[in-house]
Design a protein around this ligand. Structure first.
Ligand SMILES: C=C1C[C@]23C[C@@]1(O)CC[C@H]2[C@@]12CC[C@H](O)[C@@](C)(C(=O)O1)[C@H]2[C@@H]3C(=O)O
Ligand SMILES: O=C(O)CCC(=O)C(=O)O
Ligand SMILES: [Fe+2]
Length: 323
């Protein structure tokens, strides 16, 4: 049974954004249509070709035979539920497993309007920090390692698929220090429609996402329309991040996605973000590269500045060369 005291005070903090019973305009969503993402069997002979096609046509796909044990994912889910069930005060004031105080976040402190609000709470867990000998710590570490290994394998395939060649991604390009797990919890939002996570692209190389239940709510922008992704706790979803889009000179697509809050049910998910070291230069070898070269550190800094000053992420458009 859910302890109400564990919920962050989302309504009390953000009620001013729900003015005049305003609702988000989600008229573009076809609720009856659930998107079946392309499925890539990593053991199949065609895996590499299929993945390159899916990353350029969809930006999102599912992987099977990925090597991450279902039992481990279930165990993480149990630990995650317990972590979020703790009283709100504890989540804010006590460091979880020695992670930095900023590892716990809720709502959107910079939101100026309903469209910028994320009705959720999350833990950002960097791969290389934290301490202790609890089961929770051990499970987080094991999941991070398995996700890191899988993500590196997928990124290497996608880098090889960039036509024109020249691009290489050594395993040394990615850094355990910058990769992180994001544990998401989306509380129900009974009063009005809200985003569980507002529309965004991921600011990494690629993301591996596990939707832990069948509640649903993830939507992605396809052909100018928001479409719902079929929830499947047995699947791992992979999506291209901004850095791979730039590195591939727009061959691969970092697709905008969002989560709709559910009126009655809470939802959990976990995402692993594969990132390079901050000094990695992101640069396409294409003769007419669409983006100027930039470091990952520069990119992160720009995003944080934009979110702070405008309430939203401007992302890759900041780095696009004028034509
Ligand atoms: C306010 C924002 C923070 C965020 C970018 C955004 O505009 C909307 C989503 C946020 C998110 C969610 C997933 C990742 O944790 C993240 C790093 C990302 O790429 O999009 C964050 C962004 C952030 O914290 O900077
Ligand atoms: O919860 C989900 O399904 C999506 C989460 C997500 O997009 C993210 O954490 O970046
Ligand atoms: Fe995301």
């Amino acid at each position: 049974m859910e302890d109400v005291q564990s919920n962050p005070p989302l309504m009390a903090t953000y009620k001013h954004l729900f003015v005049d019973g305003r609702r988000l305009d989600d008229g573009a969503v076809d609720c009856n249509e659930c998107l079946h993402l392309p499925v890539i069997d990593l053991n199949s002979a065609a895996a590499e070709v299929d993945m390159v096609r899916a990353a350029s046509e969809w930006g999102f796909f599912q992987v099977t035979n990925h090597g991450v044990p279902q039992a481990l994912l279930r165990e993480l889910h149990e630990e995650q539920v317990a972590v979020f069930r703790r009283p709100f005060e504890q989540k804010v004031n006590e460091r979880l497993l020695d992670f930095s105080p900023e590892s716990y976040r809720w709502g959107t402190p910079t939101a100026n309007c309903l469209e910028q609000l994320s009705w959720s709470e999350a833990y950002h867990i960097p791969m290389t920090t934290g301490s202790g000998s609890s089961r929770c710590r051990a499970v987080i570490e094991e999941v991070s390692k398995a996700m890191y290994e899988l993500a590196q394998k997928l990124a290497a395939i996608l880098m090889r698929g960039i036509t024109g060649g020249g691009e290489t991604m050594m395993t040394s390009t990615t850094r355990e220090e910058t990769c992180f797990l994001r544990l998401n919890r989306y509380p129900p939002c009974a009063i009005s429609s809200a985003f569980g996570l507002c529309p965004h692209t991921d600011s990494d190389l690629l993301t591996i996402l596990h939707q832990q239940d069948t509640i649903g709510g993830l939507q992605l922008l396809k052909g100018g329309r928001w479409v719902a992704v079929k929830p499947d706790p047995a699947a791992l979803i992979v999506n291209v991040g901004d850095l791979l889009q730039a590195w591939s000179n727009d061959l691969y697509r970092s697709v905008e996605h969002r989560v709709m809050a559910n009126a009655t049910a809470e939802r959990f998910s976990m995402a692993f973000f594969l990132c390079p070291s901050y000094d990695t230069i992101i640069q396409s070898s294409h003769a007419n590269a669409s983006y100027r070269s930039f470091t990952f550190g520069e990119y992160r800094k720009q995003i944080m500045e934009d979110v702070r000053s405008t309430g939203r992420k401007l992302g890759l458009q900041r780095f696009r060369r004028s034509t």
